[in-house]
Ligand binder design. Structure first.
Ligand SMILES: [Zn+2]
Length: 292
């Protein structure tokens, strides 16, 4: 965790930094020198820092004519990016989530609303949506509501109980963690409720369903097995995309369900209509809530 104390003003004797240190070619003029943790120095006019960053407005010396040197405990890619954002210079494409998160932390530390707003508009780019829990964690911490909702939607492809997600989930405040779990559970339970209660599935759900061909009572245990599998699927992947993809046709429970027939020899009418059933499932899934 970075704190304001990670910015340590060195003595104000001007060029106390050793001359062996390199200066960044694009930041070569100004009365303040910022040194990265990798030893690169960035010269920048103090008035730019004061206009753009609350921290420097209050801390930079305004009267000392000597070169002011500050060590910044940040790597070059982070410090350079935030300085570029402050100065309105072109910035490279984001390479990683680490880079974005560290840049955001530095911008927050400096109280720099300009860079923060640029980072906010970048945070829902595809590269970051690939890690929805990390996005959710940042968005909830900073209080970005829209980005929090987007992250919650993208989390639906994940099983929150998976070991691999525990570290990210542990970063969350408990109310945000609960909100996410509730969304996942709500989708699963609403879907189950629809499979158990929607009239379109009456044929499978009613205990006394007669065969529409001969009136013989149907054995619906295949439908129950199919529903159990669908429930597990929604539990582990509440997005439900596997239930509306071709994957579902390959489940043993689906194959058995579609193969179930009336036991009356001479009738043998299929118990269920796959096309109607799958269409109804798709409709049910599309009606589920998609954000916290
Ligand atoms: Zn029959």
């Amino acid at each position: 965790m970075h704190t304001y104390s990670s910015i340590i003003p060195t003595t104000m004797t001007g060029l106390q930094c050793e001359p062996a240190h390199k200066y960044h070619p694009q930041f070569d003029s100004g009365d303040v020198v910022l040194c990265s943790s990798e030893g690169t120095r960035y010269r920048i006019p103090s008035h730019i820092l004061k206009i753009t960053c609350g921290l420097f407005r209050n801390t930079l010396c305004t009267t000392n004519p000597a070169l002011e040197v500050q060590e910044v405990n940040e790597k070059d890619n982070v410090l350079e990016r935030v300085l570029r954002l402050i100065c309105g210079l072109e910035t490279p494409r984001w390479k990683s989530f680490d880079e974005l998160e560290e840049s955001l932390e530095l911008a927050e530390k400096w109280d720099a609303p300009g860079p923060i707003s640029v980072i906010r508009s970048a945070i829902t780019a595809p590269i970051f949506l690939e890690e929805p829990l990390r996005l959710y964690s940042i968005a909830t911490r900073v209080g970005w509501e829209e980005e929090t909702k987007i992250a919650s939607t993208h989390s639906l492809a994940l099983d929150l109980c998976g070991e691999e997600h525990q570290a990210q989930l542990e970063r969350l405040a408990s109310k945000h963690l609960m909100a996410l779990f509730k969304l996942h559970r709500r989708r699963r339970d609403k879907f189950k409720h629809s499979l158990d209660n929607d009239p379109i599935y009456n044929h499978g759900n009613c205990p006394q369903t007669p065969c529409t061909g001969c009136g013989e009572k149907l054995d619906n245990h295949r439908w129950k097995e199919f529903k159990a599998r669908a429930f597990v699927e929604m539990d582990q992947r509440p997005l439900g995309d596997t239930l509306i993809s071709l994957d579902i046709a390959e489940w043993p429970e689906t194959i058995a369900c579609w193969a179930a027939k009336c036991s009356n020899k001479g009738c043998e009418k299929p118990n269920y209509d796959p096309a109607t059933t799958l269409r109804a499932i798709e409709l049910s899934i599309r009606e589920l809530p998609i954000t916290i």
